[in-house]
Write a protein that binds this ligand. Structure first.
Ligand code: SF4
Length: 470
């Protein structure tokens, strides 16, 4: 295994010594170590936290629902935006403060661990005890041991070229949808993104290994799987590409629906689009990150496509996939983005009419190409003003798209309800992943996990409303 980062097991000389648990020696665990794990950021982090649960449970650790009950608190962090960092610093201080000097070990996992390891250890006020990057979770028991037994700060942020945790079956909560990481890392190096530095190079799990996990999920009652990857459609294992993986996963009995996220526009051959169009289990819903509608900005972002090529891909997808539901990601205020160039983004948004969009203000990240090459010169208030204009336009488009479904009949997968106001309401999602609030007739015996027919009766910018067809 080629190691990209130096893999010290003890603290390098330039980092403060023996500041474990805020200086108070950590008593050996009298009973099963109690762990509280908090997750930030993307679905990949949610999945990784499920892996961490399995790895530590095997070593006789116990997970507790409340932070106060824990001997060890672990934060699985995100490095995508400044806001995420500040949140973690605030949390660590709050945890120590709440303990009022009582012993607790604090460990930092995830992308911030890799990106800000030095800062996290050098900030004495944080008193971090151990750090593990996204490829080092199998070393967590050893890292915790090192910290407890040797009383030393321990860390491992090795970026692996091989680790896919293919031999670890995640500890999931019950549900209808299960997330499965089919590949890890990213080779794209979009200039604004830290992922290639915090999660390393792309590597994919064998198709048989993924199918094995899907079969276990079907046995555990899951009805839908969402295949995950930082750049999921560049999945490749020996001769198998993402299209063949989707086909194999769709053969698993008991799984009704297959979704995937997050793809890159450059990896959508017709073969893959046709699997989405023709395979009844693969949902007609694609998340297609745009980021900007202007060619100069797209080039500075190193997104490898032009505005016209992106439009061409959208046209090709809409021609091949009926009732396609498209969503996207957009960044506003990228360095040197002018008002005219932002207008290009708005005009593309109006032209494509995505069903929904995740919008972000550019946030400079330590270590990215953009942070080294481009000054973050678009004013914060300009970024705010631009994202509000973009959100207003997109909200209206989403609303009209949702209203266009009124009168239609859809098959939805009923899911655990978090959005219902009354007991004769259930929620589910269309094939296009649109949330539907269903009024259930008294006679209904339907339950979470059922696929049911509904007629859409109303819509808001956030959800569809419907009557259930018995
Ligand atoms: S494809 Fe996505 S994860 Fe990869 S560098 Fe670009 S933005 Fe980051």
């Amino acid at each position: 295994m080629k190691i990209i980062n130096q893999k010290p097991t003890a603290v390098p000389p330039d980092l403060p010594e023996a500041n474990l648990n805020g200086g108070t020696p950590m008593p050996r665990f009298q009973k099963k170590p109690q762990v509280f794990l908090e997750t930030y950021g993307c679905q990949m982090n949610e999945y990784d936290s499920e892996l961490v649960r399995t790895i530590l449970k095997k070593e006789n650790y116990e997970f507790v629902p409340k932070e106060q009950e824990a001997d060890i608190v672990m934060l699985n962090t995100c490095a995508i935006r400044e806001h995420a960092h500040r949140k973690v610093y605030g949390r660590v201080h709050a945890i120590r403060h709440a303990r009022n000097g009582k012993p607790v070990m604090i460990g930092i996992l995830g992308c911030m661990a890799t990106n800000l390891r030095q800062e996290l250890f050098q900030d004495r006020s944080l008193k971090i005890d151990f750090i593990a990057g996204p490829d080092s979770y199998k070393r967590l028991p050893a890292l915790i041991d090192e910290a407890v037994v040797d009383g030393k700060k321990s860390f491992d942020v090795t970026l692996s070229e091989f680790e896919t945790y293919a031999d670890v079956y995640p500890s999931r909560k019950e549900g209808v949808n299960a997330w499965i990481a089919v590949m890890r890392g990213c080779n794209n190096f979009c200039t604004f993104c830290v992922v290639p530095y915090t999660r390393g190079r792309e590597r994919s799990r064998p198709v048989t290994n993924v199918v094995e996990e899907v079969k276990r999920l079907a046995d555990d009652g899951f009805k839908q799987v969402t295949l995950l990857g930082q750049n999921v459609n560049s999945y490749r294992h020996e001769e198998d590409d993402f299209a063949s993986l989707l086909e194999e996963v769709s053969k698993v009995k008991g799984i009704e629906r297959i979704r995937f996220t997050s793809p890159h526009p450059k990896d959508f051959p017709d073969r893959l689009i046709d699997v989405v169009a023709q395979n009844p289990k693969v949902c007609n819903q694609i998340h297609l990150p745009l980021q900007s509608g202007n060619d100069r900005v797209l080039e500075m972002m190193d997104r490898t496509y032009t505005r016209q090529e992106f439009m061409g891909l959208v046209d090709n997808m809409r021609k091949r996939v009926s009732n396609l539901v498209l969503s996207t990601d957009v960044i506003v205020g990228f360095p040197t983005e002018t008002e005219e160039e932002f207008e290009d983004t708005l005009s593309l948004i109006r032209q494509v009419e995505f069903d929904s969009a995740f919008t972000f203000k550019y946030s400079q990240r330590k270590g990215t190409i953009a942070s080294k090459k481009y000054p973050d010169d678009v004013l914060e208030e300009t970024k705010t003003e631009r994202i509000m204009r973009l959100n207003d336009i997109q909200k209206e488009i989403t609303y009209q798209k949702n209203r266009a479904h009124i009168g239609e009949t859809h098959t939805i997968l009923l899911e655990p309800a978090t959005h219902t106001k009354s007991k004769n309401e259930m929620v589910g999602r269309t094939d296009g992943n649109k949330l539907v609030i269903v009024t259930t007739p008294a006679a209904s015996t339907h339950k979470v996990g059922d696929m049911v027919q509904v007629r859409i009766t109303d819509a808001t910018p956030h959800a569809l409303k419907s009557d259930m067809l018995l």
